[in-house]
Design a protein around this ligand. Structure first.
Ligand code: HEM
Length: 464
C-alpha cells in the first residue's frame, strides 16, 4: 500500500491485506461499480486488489497513451513470461509473441477474405431466419440469447474453420455448451470462488503452476477440438484457405516465429471470442429495438430501401446501411459485451502527469466511459444518430471503445460488424420485434469480463 496514495489521485482505502472494498466480488456488478465510482471520484482513481495497485481511468488522453504512445510499457494484459505456449491465446500473449501472433492472424480478416465470407454468412443467416419462423409458429416467446449463440457459432465455424456445425438445429450442441462454460467459468458466484480468485493476486504466476485451476475445463475442450479439426484437414488433404489451413501452414514451417502449441491455442480464442460477444450484442440489440419501436421502424425503412427487391446480400448492400451500422454501435455503447479492460505496467513511466510504477494495473472501464455524461450527453438514451458520419466529429476519440482501440483493437471487429449487419438486416426485414411480459434483461453479478445475462425473451411478429 502507499503506491497509489503518493500519486495524488482519489484512492479507495484498503481493508487489512484484502484490498479496497467491496470484497464480496461475487455480489458485485463490476461494470456498474466502476461507473458509480467514476461518477463519484472523477475520471481517474485508485484502488487495491489484495495488495495490487489498480489505477482505474476513463480519461481518453490517458487511455490513448496506454493504447498507443506508451504501448511498450502497457501493451500487455498480463506480465507472466512463464505462461505455457498452449495457454498463450493472443489476448494473453506478451511482447514479441503477441507481435508475431498478430502478424500471423491479422490476414484472416482482410477486406478480400471478408468479401469471400459474405456468401457463407448470408447462407447461415437465411437458415437462421427460416429457423426463427418455425420457432415463432409455436406461439411462445423466443429466448434470443440461445438463438444468437447458435447463429454466431455456425457463422464463425463456417467462415474460419470451414465446418457446418448446424447448431441452429441442434438445441444441445456440444460447442455451444463449451463456449458458454468458457465465460461462465471465470465468473464468481460465491465466497469460495471470490477467495480462490484473490489467491491469484497474492501469488502471481500461480496460473502457470496450476493451469487447470485457472482455466475452465471447456478451455481445454476447445483445444481438443482445434486438434481434431487439424487432424481431419490433414487426412482429407483439402485446402480451404481458412484459419485451420493457416494453423497447419505455421505448424509445418520450421522457421515460424511461434511454436505449434502457440498457434494451435488461437483456435480456442477464435471460438470463444467469436461466439459470446457477438451473440450477446445481437440479443441486447433486439431487446433495445423492442423497447424503441420508432427506431426499429426507421431501420426497417432503411433495410427495405436496400434489400426490397433483392434477397441477395453483398458488400454493396452492407455498406448502404449506415443507420443499422450506427444502431449496432449505439447498442455496443450501452451494452458493451466486454465492459472492462485491463493492462499491466511493465516499466516505471510517467503518463498524463502520473508516475506509474511497474506492476500497477491500469483498468479502463468501457461501460463506465460509455455511460459518462461528460462524453455522451443523456447517456441512458438509445440514440443511433450519435454514430452517424455527420456527427462523428463531436465524439472524442477513445471514449467509445466497444471494440477497444490502438494496436490491440479487436481482431474480429470487421468480421463481427458484417456478421451482425447481415443477420439484423434479414431479421428486421422479416419480423417486428416486440417486448412481452417475460421480457427482461438482468445482468449477472460476479463476472469481471463479460456483461453476462442468462436469457432475454422476446416475441417476433412476422411481417407480411
Ligand atoms: C460484437 C462482437 C465483439 C466485440 C464487442 C469484441 C470486443 C473486443 C474487445 C473490447 C477486445 C479487447 C479486449 C482487451 O483488450 O481486453 C477484443 C479483443 C479481441 N477480439 Fe473481439 N469482439 C467481438 C468479436 C470478435 C470476433 C468475432 C472475433 C474473432 C473471430 C474476435 C477476436 C478478438 C481477438 C483475437 C482479440 C484480442 C486481440 C489482441 O489482443 O491483439 N472478437 N474484442
Amino acid at each position: 500500500y502507499g503506491r497509489l496514495e503518493s500519486l495524488g489521485i482519489p484512492v479507495i482505502k484498503p481493508f487489512l491485506c484484502f484490498g479496497s472494498p467491496p470484497l464480496d466480488w461475487h455480489n458485485v456488478r463490476w461494470y456498474d461499480w466502476y461507473r458509480m465510482q467514476h461518477e463519484k471520484l472523477g475520471h481517474t482513481f485508485g484502488h487495491y486488489i489484495g495488495t495490487f495497485p489498480v489505477i482505474s481511468t476513463i480519461n481518453p488522453d490517458f487511455i490513448k497513451a496506454v493504447y498507443v504512445k506508451n504501448f511498450e510499457e502497457f501493451g500487455d494484459m498480463v506480465d507472466n513470461a512463464n505462461l505455457k505456449d498452449i495457454m498463450k491465446t493472443i489476448d494473453l500473449a506478451q511482447g514479441e509473441d503477441w507481435k508475431n501472433l498478430r502478424k500471423i492472424l491479422s490476414p484472416t480478416f482482410t477486406s478480400g477474405k471478408l468479401k469471400k465470407m459474405i456468401d457463407p454468412m448470408s447462407e447461415v443467416s437465411a437458415k437462421a431466419i427460416e429457423n426463427l419462423k418455425k420457432l415463432v409458429k409455436t406461439g411462445k416467446p423466443i429466448e434470443v440469447k440461445h438463438f444468437f449463440q447458435a447463429y454466431a457459432l455456425d457463422t464463425i465455424c463456417r467462415c474460419a474453420f470451414s465446418i457446418d456445425t448446424n447448431a441452429l438445429e441442434d438445441d444441445d450442441h456440444k460447442l455451444i455448451k463449451a463456449g458458454r462454460e468458457i465465460f461462465q467459468g471465470f465468473a464468481m458466484t460465491n465466497w469460495m470462488e471470490t477467495i480462490g480468485n484473490l489467491i491469484f493476486y497474492f501469488f502471481p504466476g500461480l496460473e502457470t503452476t496450476f493451469p487447470t485451476i485457472m482455466y475452465p475445463e471447456s478451455f481445454y475442450k476447445l483445444h481438443d477440438l482445434t486438434n481434431d479439426l487439424i487432424k481431419e484437414r490433414k487426412a482429407s488433404n483439402e485446402k480451404f484457405d481458412d484459419f485451420i489451413d493457416k494453423i497447419i501452414e505455421v505448424c509445418n514451417d520450421a522457421n515460424a516465429p511461434v511454436s505449434p502449441d502457440m498457434i494451435k491455442a488461437q483456435g480456442s480464442i477464435f471460438f470463444a471470442a467469436g461466439f459470446e460477444t457477438t451473440s450477446n450484442c445481437l440479443s441486447t440489440l433486439c431487446y433495445t429495438l423492442a423497447k424503441n419501436p420508432d427506431i426499429q421502424d426507421k431501420l426497417y425503412e432503411e433495410i427495405l430501401s436496400v434489400l426490397a427487391s433483392n434477397e441477395e446480400i453483398d458488400t454493396e448492400s452492407i455498406n448502404n446501411l449506415p443507420y443499422l451500422d450506427a444502431a449496432i454501435h449505439e447498442n455496443l455503447r450501452i451494452h458493451p459485451p466486454i465492459p472492462i479492460q485491463e493492462r499491466i505496467c511493465k516499466k516505471d513511466v510517467e503518463v498524463e502527469g502520473l508516475k506509474v510504477k511497474k506492476g500497477t494495473y491500469i483498468r479502463m472501464p468501457i461501460y463506465a466511459a460509455h455511460m459518462n455524461p461528460d462524453f455522451f450527453p443523456d447517456p441512458e438514451a438509445f440514440n443511433p444518430d450519435r454514430f452517424l458520419k455527420e456527427n462523428a466529429s463531436s465524439m472524442k476519440p477513445y471514449t467509445f471503445r466497444g471494440f477497444s482501440g490502438g494496436p490491440r483493437i479487436c481482431l474480429g471487429q470487421r468480421f463481427a460488424m458484417v456478421e451482425m449487419k447481415i443477420c439484423m438486416a434479414r431479421l428486421l426485414k422479416s419480423f417486428k420485434i416486440k417486448a412481452c411480459p417475460m421480457t427482461q434483461l438482468e445482468y449477472k453479478a460476479g463476472d469481471p469480463f463479460i456483461m453476462g445475462f442468462d436469457s432475454i425473451y422476446l416475441t417476433f411478429e412476422e411481417r407480411s
